[in-house]
Design a protein around this ligand. Structure first.
Ligand code: PLP
Length: 390
């Protein structure tokens, strides 16, 4: 069975052009970029090229790009760095809907004596910047607010937030793992100090990430040892994956307009056709700005896990929350923070598209999902009651 892959916020296919770019750096060009000889030097050149490609996608300078092992490492490094830069400051601000890569770390730090403010979101999953303004004080070391949410695709006003935070003298970090490659970013005109990226969300392999560190932002490394990454991240570089990341960023830049038009049109068609065919649905975050590729649809009186299994039997891959929180039957922390009613939160499914998604795949979901929902509603007492009333 050929898969219909609509779970691109969990991970993406490695673009074949990306794979071709990285392939020689395993068995042929395996030199260490730190070596003095020509063999290492040619790899160093490709790493530099990759750095320039990532910088170009972000509108950043090449020396502001630090390669890491994943988005989680970038998030951890950003927060740890700020706390070391300002040892006297004990306050951290984040939001209730961050990815666990930020939230778990903040909660661990709160157990170690840091004061952590988790900003609320409204019913659409959107932030109120007045709450941020009220929370900021002279004790705030870092504010970490994600650029776009992995479950709903909701885009936060991070540029405005960054300006407010800078005015208070704190460091501003954003987890842009879901945003980079999907919407344009320009660090040259931004107040963001630190920004996290993950390779496997933009058609590069798993196990490579980036932390953007604005020139002049004080920074303390999480990993210490060798002088790699100009002392900002020790450890011999994952050269093949770094080179892949550079190529993936180059392709993302090239395809950005396409993502914003073709992918958005497919997502909007999926949304319109599913809401027309399935009664009692709501779109999580549908009333605010969202990533063009993400659709989180809540369907009353069904269990998300049941829907996923039946979709999976038809070859359709989606997700019932974030990839990292599925597996537990609790509604996700994001939907809970939004106050999505329990009956809807349980039946929330996320479809996330990519530039490889086709119209035929969207047709398949529109054909297969409505009968699955009807069947599951017929099987549940609440669902039957609801169907009887209609
Ligand atoms: N931040 C967000 C918003 C994510 O969606 C993810 C992955 O799902 C991460 C961070 C973690 O990235 P990685 O898997 O590269 O550690």
């Amino acid at each position: 069975m050929k898969e219909i892959y609509l779970d691109n916020n969990a991970t993406t296919k490695v673009d074949e052009l990306v794979f071709e770019e990285m392939r020689p750096y395993f068995c042929d060009l395996y030199g260490n970029p730190s070596s003095m000889h020509f063999f290492g030097g040619q790899v160093q050149k490709k790493v530099d090229e990759a750095r320039a490609r990532v910088a170009s996608l972000l509108g950043a300078l090449p020396d502001e790009i630090v390669f890491t092992a994943c988005g989680t490492e970038s998030d951890n490094a950003a927060i740890r760095s700020a706390l070391e830069v300002f040892p006297e400051k004990r306050h951290i601000i984040t939001t209730r809907v961050e990815h666990p890569a930020v939230l778990t770390q903040c909660r661990n730090l709160s157990r170690r004596g840091y004061r952590v403010t988790e900003l609320n979101v409204d019913g659409e999953g959107q932030l109120d910047l007045k709450e941020l303004e009220a929370a900021l004080d002279d004790d705030t070391a870092i504010v970490s607010i994600m650029y776009a949410n992995n479950e709903t695709g909701v885009i936060f006003p991070v540029e405005e937030a960054a300006k407010m935070v800078k005015a208070k003298g704190a460091i501003f970090h954003t987890d842009a793992v879901q945003a980079v490659g999907k919407i344009p970013l320009n660090m040259a005109e931004s107040a963001i100090d630190l920004l996290s990226i993950s390779g496997h969300k933009l058609h590069a392999p798993k196990g490579v990430g980036v932390l953007y560190v604005r020139r002049g932002t004080p920074f303390r490394p999480l990993l210490v040892g060798g002088h790699q990454e100009r002392g900002r991240r020790a450890g011999t570089e994952n050269t093949a994956s770094i080179i892949a990341m550079g190529k993936a960023c180059e392709l993302a830049q090239k395809h950005m307009d396409d993502e914003n038009t073709r992918v958005l049109a497919m997502r909007d068609r999926l949304q319109a056709e599913l809401t027309a065919a399935i009664p009692n649905t709501r779109i999580n975050g549908g009333g605010t700005s969202r990533l063009p590729n993400t659709l989180s649809i809540a369907m009353e009186f069904v269990e998300g896990e049941g829907v996923l299994l039946l979709l999976s039997e038809k070859g359709i891959c989606a997700s019932s929350g974030s990839a990292c929180t599925s597996g537990s039957l609790e509604p996700s922390h994001v939907l809970r923070a939004m106050g999505v009613p329990f009956t809807c939160a349980h039946g929330s499914i996320r479809f996330s598209l990519s530039r490889f998604t086709t119209d035929e795949e969207i047709d398949a979901v529109v054909r297969e999902l409505p009968p699955i929902i009807r069947r599951l509603r017929e099987m549940s007492p609440f669902g039957r009651e609801f169907l009887d009333k209609k």
